[in-house]
Design a protein around this ligand. Structure first.
Ligand code: FAD
Length: 454
């Protein structure tokens, strides 16, 4: 079947001279994966370099019934960009131009393949920033961020991607172009995981850079207590831009990964940043100091820009330090009401203990998003059965607690079987109708879920 798909894609390539389309085995192997480590069936990879090529590609592939799998950097954690059934990956790598910046309207227009960090680097000297800052910002793309409605550490204060997408230019399944306005259907494509259209470009709102920052790590005894304290800070009126949680086991990994010289790795940590005007930051930080003093919590404060960078390095080292830990990392990113976080942390530790699984928790706890990581080995069938049970029990518990399956990583392949836990059958029917209306032949990211109105 894949051989026939490759032949079909080769014929497509011959009919579209000027668009690089590769079916060699090294391309098909490299683009068969994303950050889940799962491997799909890739028939080829296309690299359109401009809008006209993207439209020709989608129209021609659609007419031949070739399934298309839009892809940014492949950093997704749910298999969203993994090609199935020998389909064609549509890479945004060559669509990486920043089109224009409008200072007065505080907007920037970018092609889908622009890497988030490249956009931040472009904006910073102009005195602006783009708030959605996934921890993958050094490699993930704006197209992928929009398709997953990405969040990040700053989401607590600034919100997630959807808030900043003003309009999208996308190619629909027949190759036609759709340009949306802020009041139009823009939101439909945000979080649709590449199943409703291929994003060519987007106009994004940006904000003036805050004048001042203050950054700190808080060392807390006890994993549940750290989360409880974070929630109580918020109830006390503390309003940081970043409020992240790192449990003690994860912190031990970070300390082993990089000698950052400031960690007592037996504790849990909260990573906090406050931003705004210099006076506002001082006032907010005084509140934090008072809260920590009254609770006997040690505060490690960055005194200058280089110490701030060092503390951010601690946060950024979390994912790479865990990646070295197991052959396979199963990473769930559930989202919960703040009042249910501490009991969920306790539940996760208990469940992982009962099932003898190696578990690590961190996350954007300010907005209720916990990343629960199980280190495992996909080749170990017995262990994987226990992981599957863990994931199902976790999702049942989270949804019963008023939470949801994903705070930011999306549904993709890995969570689609659990959708019945969050959507009613009638809502699923409506979602399918929307999909059929926009993609009647089912060529856009087939086999994946799309999420509407999340
Ligand atoms: C170390 C690490 C840290 C991470 N931290 C965060 C975090 O803090 N917050 C967060 O939200 N995520 C995080 N992620 C997950 C991931 O980086 C995000 O989901 C990101 O938005 C995916 O971007 P990408 O360019 O890699 O997209 P891909 O993984 O290539 O694709 C993701 C989805 O977007 C679709 N897509 C891609 N381009 C287009 C397009 N042009 N048109 C239509 N659909 C498209 C794909 O079909 C797929 O469904 C992290 C991942 C890693 C590896």
């Amino acid at each position: 079947m894949v051989d026939e798909s490759i032949r079909q894609i080769d014929r497509l390539a011959r009919s579209l001279p000027g668009i690089p389309i590769h079916t060699e085995s090294h391309y098909r192997l490299a683009y068969a994966y994303d950050a889940t480590g799962l491997r799909g069936e890739c028939g080829g990879v296309a690299f359109p370099g401009n809008l006209s090529d993207l439209r020709r590609l989608v129209r021609e592939a659609g007419a031949r019934g070739i399934p298309l799998f839009p892809r940014g950097a492949g950093s997704g954690f749910t298999g969203g960009s993994i090609p199935l059934r020998g389909g064609l990956v549509v890479s945004g790598e060559k669509l990486d131009r920043i089109r224009y910046f409008d200072r007065d309207r505080e907007i920037v227009s970018v092609e889908c393949g622009v890497v988030n960090h490249a956009l931040q680097d472009f904006l910073e000297p102009l005195g602006f920033f783009y708030p959605p800052d996934p921890a993958s910002l050094k490699f993930s793309t704006i197209g992928g961020n929009i398709a997953e409605n990405a969040g990040g550490p700053k989401a607590f204060k600034y919100g997630v991607t959807r808030r900043y997408v003003r309009s999208i230019t996308w190619v629909e399944a027949g190759g036609d172009l759709i340009e949306t306005a802020p009041e139009g259907v823009t939101s439909l494509l945000v979080g649709a995981e590449g199943t409703l259209g291929v994003i060519y470009s987007a106009t994004l709102s940006v904000l003036p850079l805050p004048e001042a920052f203050k950054t700190a790590l808080l060392a807390v005894d006890g994993d549940e207590r750290a989360v409880t304290e974070a929630v109580s800070f918020i109830s006390s009126g503390f309003c940081p831009s970043v409020l992240e949680y790192i449990d003690s086991k994860t912190m031990r990994c970070v300390a082993e990964y990089r000698d950052l010289g400031i960690l007592d790795a037996t504790r849990s940590y909260l990573f906090v940043e406050v931003d705004g005007s210099p006076e506002g930051v001082c006032e907010e930080f005084r509140l934090l100091e008072d809260l920590c003093r009254s609770r006997n919590i040690r505060l490690i404060t960055a005194r200058d820009a280089s110490e701030r960078e060092l503390l951010w390095e601690v946060r950024r080292s979390v994912s790479p330090s865990l990646a070295r830990r197991g052959v396979t990392k199963v990473n769930e990113d559930v989202s919960l009401p703040l009042g249910r976080l501490a009991e969920t942390v306790a539940f996760v530790h208990r469940l992982a203990g009962e099932l003898a699984l190696d578990c690590y928790i961190f996350g954007h706890c300010g907005d209720g998003n916990l990343h629960i990581n199980i280190m495992t080995d996909r080749r170990n069938r017995d262990e994987m059965e226990r992981v599957e049970r863990f994931v199902r029990d976790l999702f049942e518990r989270v949804t019963a607690s008023g939470g949801t399956l994903s705070g930011e990583h999306g549904i993709g392949l890995t969570k689609s079987e659990f959708l019945g836990m969050i959507f009613s059958p009638s809502e699923r029917v409506l979602q399918r109708r929307i999909k059929e209306a926009l993609d009647p032949r089912g060529i856009l990211n087939p086999g994946k879920y799309f999420m509407v109105g999340q």
